[in-house]
Design a protein around this ligand. Sequence first.
Ligand SMILES: Cc1cc2nc3c(=O)[nH]c(=O)nc-3n(C[C@H](O)[C@H](O)[C@H](O)COP(=O)(O)OP(=O)(O)OC[C@H]3O[C@@H](n4cnc5c(N)ncnc54)[C@H](O)[C@@H]3O)c2cc1C
Length: 397
Amino acid sequence: MASARSGPVLIAGAGIGGLTAAACLLQAGIDVEVYEQAPVLSEVGAGIQISANAGRVYRHLGLMDAVRAAGAEPALYRFRMFDTGEVLQTIPLGSGYEARHGVPYVTIHRADLHALLVERVRALKPDAIRLGVGVSGYATNGREAELLTSRGPVRGAAVIGADGIRSVIRAQMLGDTLAEYTGDCVWRAMVQTPDLPPEHQSNCVDIWVGPHRHAVTYPLRGGALTNFVGCVEYDGVPEDGWTIARPWAEMQADFAGWHPMIGALIHHAARDACYRWSLRIRPPVQSWTDGRVTLLGDAAHPTLPYMAQGAAMAVEDAVILARCLASTDVARALSAYQHARLARTTRIVTESTANRALFHQPDRDRLQAAFAARDMNAERSAWLFSYDPVTEGIQTG
Ligand SMILES: Cc1cc2nc3c(=O)[nH]c(=O)nc-3n(C[C@H](O)[C@H](O)[C@H](O)COP(=O)(O)OP(=O)(O)OC[C@H]3O[C@@H](n4cnc5c(N)ncnc54)[C@H](O)[C@@H]3O)c2cc1C
């Protein structure tokens, strides 16, 4: 195993991807150190959907009961017309989904998921996470890897860049500059569900599709909260962080004339807690590994969130990488990991981008026609939800 040879695996970034990788590696008996630039561990106030392909990783880590207890289990996933609410397609969730896929579909507050992962990592190694340590680059040779941090260089068996869409590990490896603006911005807000009129309280994941924009709504914390995300096409927008508040009236104007449930959600959103930021992306690459250094999550394959799979890909990456490192030497393991992940992550990124056009058709007729031609349940069940990264075959030989 990697730890037995030349020190710990060094992980840059304690987001969902970095922490899941740390937990999977520690559980496999491989030592890790996680370096996070933030002085305090935290996550933004937003929801995250956990589909079965990611849920299997949390089950593998012994976290599924806690994830369920902290989250909500919506009954149905619906694609709906932006103004009338007409249901265009459904994906059954709830007990039928769990019976089919072996794990439930859970929606959870990001902070709750992050806290569970921190707890799991610390239970396996109390001092694994080093806070307030910025990473600036790496070095690698045949015998070891080095992570360059604000506290000086650290040596280990391998480096994993799990430092998100602005990854400095990726910038050094691939020479990238800032990821490209996609033309879409995202609003996020959260509402206390009991504040909503009963007819607008829902136990579904709803994707509201409309001309040049769409919205996503779903329950969190057992239904106590309702999450709102609004994705809008804009020509050039400066915001570049998840925590930049914008005037509530701008969010309301962006969804004027939409279904009364969207109107009610926006009406009840806290006026000083409506956040908007630009979505950025990079085209998929064919390699994200350099010697004993590799990338994971948004650092490796940033995506539009239009299949709700960014974090899911990061946790799939995490368990596959841990399985590879547990079964062979570092060079072979990183190569096997990348080989196992390239086609699937490229497909998810590509299909997520294609969903922008599907969701943002310019009028009602084209929206109806586009959805009539699809069977989202069959499509996603066949390859997306059915993937099991805990048992998927890997070639390390
Ligand atoms: C609107 C929206 C909705 C989404 N919904 C879903 C969903 O429902 N389901 C889903 O699966 N995905 C979803 N995603 C995608 C998901 O949020 C991301 O793909 C996921 O957070 C990526 O995790 P990560 O660990 O790779 O990166 P990040 O979460 O960005 O974590 C990176 C970490 O690295 C740290 N870091 C960065 N630079 C440095 C440095 N130089 N030194 C040290 N530390 C550093 C950061 O502080 C951070 O803690 C959504 C995204 C958006 C925008």
